[in-house]
Design a binder for this molecule. Structure first.
Ligand code: ADP
Ligand code: MG
Length: 414
């Protein structure tokens, strides 16, 4: 994705179910003579894209967002969805067509999870059965088992689970536009990474135009098709993450992005975009002799003298030293966890590298959305993939090469 953002045409909904969002010279003054909280903000978000609004606290992000669904009325300017001004719309009807997710979630505590998710369908007057089916579908979409979670109350959920319910609720009416105000900033870093990955995957599936507010540049680079950087109510730069990192418009942007721009560009590439090492998989219950034979025939190449024990459906469990294959009859079952870090293929190279360092592991299994191992990744693969994505070097780095993460020569300059 680095350097080649997918650009949907601005004219019409390129992806069905998503809307083009346009802000034209939008200004908000909270008091007649005061400074504008949002000052002549103009930007267009093509249908189906994620636009991240970012900037220091107080720069006008939340104000800008709330003008889109008319929780705040602009003092001047125009906001259009698919060419129609939101001013001509009835505000409560409009809000049913714009999903809204906030940090504090705002679930109703006396209602069950399913009743919370059903808020908009109920307002839209959907039939009971249609609502029931939709709620189950949405809970599955956000990664919550409907049988387990439908009947629970918000207080019985973790922060991350509440955030998932908030997301399901916002998606319920199938809105063409979603507004998300620091949706993942109140959860712990591990949960946040998981929510980000799940959201990215979900966004591929549901095609929504999203405005996503954050103050975290790493989150912006990871989540955004485009980033709008604001300062004191003004738009300073509106660009793809790659452009923002490579060509900050001015010193403010450069400072905001940070000195480690090259390292940050590791977030521009996803694990699934780079070449992985084929994983030496052995299945629980498989005769150890068979595994040994596959190695001897060269069909399977162990990594640092280990093979990866997986379940029948290829979910990573643990590493097994190749030497043990000679003592064993069958590959024994083992509890999951020994193969950490298990890396989601939609995550960024930066997250993957950080997971490897944190676990002090040379390699980690990469898994798809079903948790199935699709390969292995280590620092050398990350370095090589990053260089290729950044167009820095065409020199092949063999998997056995030492990790040379001299990111200083990386893509930041170009
Ligand atoms: P951000 O979300 O980027 O932190 P906000 O949009 O919340 O910024 O705030 C932008 C500016 O508007 C800030 O200076 C803030 O103090 C001011 N502001 C926000 N809400 C109100 C309000 N209801 N009344 C007056 N001023 C406000
Ligand atoms: Mg805010």
């Amino acid at each position: 994705m680095a350097g080649e953002p997918t650009r949907a045409p601005v004219e019409g909904p390129a992806r069905p179910g998503a809307g083009v969002l346009e802000l034209r010279d939008v200004t908000k003054r909270y008091s007649r003579d005061g400074r504008a909280a949002v000052d002549h903000l103009s930007l267009t978000v093509p249908a189906g894209e994620v636009c991240v609004l970012i900037g220091p606290s107080g720069c006008g992000k939340t104000t800008a967002l709330k003008m889109i669904n008319r929780l705040i009325e602009p003092s001047e300017g125009e906001i259009l969805i698919d060419g129609h001004s939101v001013r001509e719309r009835n505000p409560s009807k409009l809000r049913r067509e714009i999903g809204y997710v906030i940090q504090q979630v705002g679930l109703l505590p006396h209602l069950t999870v399913s009743a919370n998710v059903a808020t908009v369908p109920r307002l839209l007057g959907w039939e009971k059965e249609r609502t029931r089916v939709r709620v189950r579908e949405l809970l599955e979409l956000v990664g919550l088992d409907p049988d387990e979670f439908s009947g629970r109350y918000p207080a019985q959920l973790s922060g991350g689970q509440q955030q998932r319910v908030g997301l399901a609720r916002a998606l319920a009416g199938d809105p063409p536009v979603m507004l998300m105000d620091e949706p993942f900033s109140a959860v712990d870093p591990i949960t946040r990474e998981r929510l980000q990955n799940d959201f990215l995957r979900l966004h591929r599936a549901v095609a929504k135009t999203v405005v996503f507010v954050t103050h975290d540049i790493d989150e912006a680079v990871k989540m955004g098709d485009r980033i709008a950087l604001m300062r004191e109510g003004h738009l300073v730069q509106y660009a793809t993450p790659a452009e923002l990192l490579a060509q900050p418009a001015d010193d403010f942007v450069a400072d905001f992005v940070g000195a480690d721009r090259a390292l940050k560009s590791l977030s521009l590439t996803r694990v699934e975009e780079i070449s992985l090492i084929p994983a030496p998989l052995v299945h629980v219950g498989e005769p150890a002799l068979d595994a040994r034979a596959r190695i001897d025939r060269g069909e399977m190449v162990p990594i640092t003298d280990h093979v990866l024990v997986v379940t029948e459906d290829d979910r990573p469990l643990d590493w097994l030293p190749v030497g043990r294959l000679d003592d064993l009859e069958q590959i024994p079952p083992s509890a999951p966890g020994g193969a950490e870090p298990v890396i989601d293929q939609v995550t960024t190279l930066r997250d993957a590298l950080s997971a490897l360092f944190e676990a002090n592991a040379a390699y980690g299994p990469v898994v798809d959305d079903q948790g199935r191992c699709v390969g292995l990744i280590g620092a050398p693969e990350i370095s090589a993939g990053f260089r290729r994505a950044a167009g820095v070097s065409t020199v092949e780095v063999p998997p056995s090469a030492p990790a040379t993460l001299d990111a200083g020569t990386g893509g930041g300059g170009g």
